[in-house]
Design a protein around this ligand. Structure first.
Ligand code: DUC
Ligand code: ZN
Ligand code: ZN
Length: 490
């Protein structure tokens, strides 16, 4: 084949199953060849001694979004997408959030307008659903799913966002009918509320009490509850940001009996612990996220779960709240654990951390890294085979990694607007030095070469978990029939 616009030459290519020597030939925005000995293109990149991997796909990040607590993140679509690109991620899927009283369709339209003006890499978005009225569930949601927004998140906690079990059943029924993937923030709201109230009454206000109030059993209980609810219709659910051992065991047990449960975790649950919330003054606020950081045993269990496939994706859950009154500390040094914005930044550090701590420390193979960083995201959320692999026909999204380059992480060197990194001073090994998005070399020699708004919206197909045809039991068939408008016979 001749006439490549770009070839990436002499590198070690990997997929989620194999590692092999090949050149990658690109025409326009697509990969057209992956084989050895390709002829020169109009431009050649020498990838000798480098790994040539699919650009990362980050399917859980918060960008230009107001939180359940009403707090605005520091990153807009421009800064977030630039930061993602520098960290080797070429597709992001954040959230268009419907807050109470808002039209879902309007929330999605407003969000789309922001994204298309600013993102420098390809993107889609999920929805966040906080209303379950007929307009939302019967009209807006099905229409948005059919337009390529094929997943959405619901919350079991946060007074301003949570849905109850009855609403959850309504939501799961629509997902089953429309073949969309439901992402769930699984924590028991009342347990957290009850414990928090008692702690505050007794003057326990420091950041570390965030961890105390988000006790592990709150995550276990909610995880189990939504899994059981999903079984009524045999509909897939994906538990986001799994942090704890018991929640993992619950997911594993449900998978064993055939429940369609998928799971995600994030770098901070693998690398940080509850001790990080226990720093002098309010410093621990930088480490408050929900669910909270756990302990070393949880970290080991999460690594195991990533290797064994209990959890399929590693997302950043980038939630960029600055360490000031706009984010983490609305009441300055008087801020209680209950007022701290929940979440950690991590779009740019997600893959370098996973590479260094995973591949570099022999916890993960290179194919496992590719699966957890890109391929599984693409499959689970309806982006495959356009994203998440290097093969003819796929989008030319490539991260060229120097596996031996050492980098010391500092907030000043990152490209988000958060102003701190939880990993300040940590030295890691391996960095995505050159990043190609839709055939454009957008990061090279530490510089960005991409215009605002040059990323594209990618309509998503039916998520893989929702495509599997399963034989329904008579009971599931019956309960599914109750979600339609036709009369059912008992
Ligand atoms: N849930 C998230 O998914 N991200 C940040 C905070 C939260 O509660
Ligand atoms: Zn969440
Ligand atoms: Zn999140």
């Amino acid at each position: 084949m001749t006439g490549f616009d770009l070839t990436i030459r002499g590198g070690t290519v990997a997929s989620d199953t194999e590692v092999f020597r090949a050149d990658v030939g690109i025409v326009g925005d697509r990969i057209v060849a992956v084989e050895t000995g390709l002829p020169p293109g109009r431009r050649d990149i020498d990838a000798k001694n480098h790994l040539v991997l699919p650009g990362g796909v980050d399917t859980h990040c918060h960008v230009e979004q107001r939180s359940g607590m009403g707090r605005m993140g520091a990153d807009d679509w421009y800064s977030a997408s630039v930061s993602a690109a520098f960290g080797g991620t070429t597709t992001i899927v954040p959230f268009a959030a419907q807050h109470r009283g808002m039209s879902l369709k309007q929330a999605a339209a407003d969000y789309a307008a922001l994204a298309c003006q600013k993102s420098v890499i390809d993107y889609s978005y999920h929805l966040i659903l906080s209303e379950t009225d007929p307009q939302t569930l019967q009209h807006d949601l099905p229409e948005l799913i059919r337009s390529g927004i094929t997943s959405f998140k619901v919350y079991m906690t946060y007074d301003q966002l949570k849905i109850d079990d009855y609403q959850m059943l309504d939501v799961l029924a629509v997902a089953a009918r429309e073949r969309a993937l439901v992402m769930v923030h699984a924590e028991n709201n009342d347990v957290i509320r009850w414990v928090s109230q008692r702690l505050l009454e007794r003057g326990y206000t420091a950041p570390k009490y965030h961890g105390t109030s988000h006790v592990q059993l709150a995550e276990t209980e909610a995880t189990n509850r939504v899994i059981q609810l999903s079984r009524l219709f045999d509909v897939p659910v994906l538990i986001v940001h799994v942090s704890a051992r018991e929640a993992l065991a619950t997911i594993q047990a449900a998978q064993k009996i055939g429940a369609q449960v998928y799971g995600e975790t994030c770098p901070h649950y693998l690398l940080l612990t509850e001790d990080d919330m226990d720093l002098p003054g309010t410093e621990g606020a930088k480490y408050c996220c929900s669910p909270p950081l756990r302990d070393a045993a949880a970290q080991e269990a999460l690594w195991d779960a990533l290797r064994q496939g209990t959890l399929q994706t590693l997302s950043s859950d980038h939630a960029p709240y600055r360490y000031d009154a706009s984010g983490k500390l609305p009441e300055g040094d008087k801020t209680t654990f209950k007022q701290i914005a929940n979440g950690l930044p991590g779009l740019e550090t997600r893959l370098p951390l996973l590479f260094s701590e995973g591949v570099g420390k022999n916890r993960l193979s290179i194919p496992e890294f590719v699966a957890l960083s890109a391929t599984n995201h693409a499959r689970l959320y309806g982006l495959f085979p356009r994203k998440g692999l290097l093969a003819p026909g796929a989008d030319a999204d490539v991260a060229i990694w120097n596996p031996t380059r050492e980098v010391t992480l500092t907030a000043g060197a990152l490209h988000d607007q958060v102003g701190y990194t939880p990993y300040e001073g940590m030295t890691i090994k391996g960095w995505p030095e050159t990043v190609v998005s839709a055939g454009r070399v957008i990061v090279e020699n530490g510089r960005l070469n991409a215009a605002r708004g040059s990323g594209r919206f990618i309509p998503r197909s039916t998520p893989m978990p929702c495509t599997t045809e399963r034989e329904l039991t008579p009971s599931t068939r019956f309960f599914r029939s109750l979600t339609g408008s036709k009369p059912v016979s008992l």
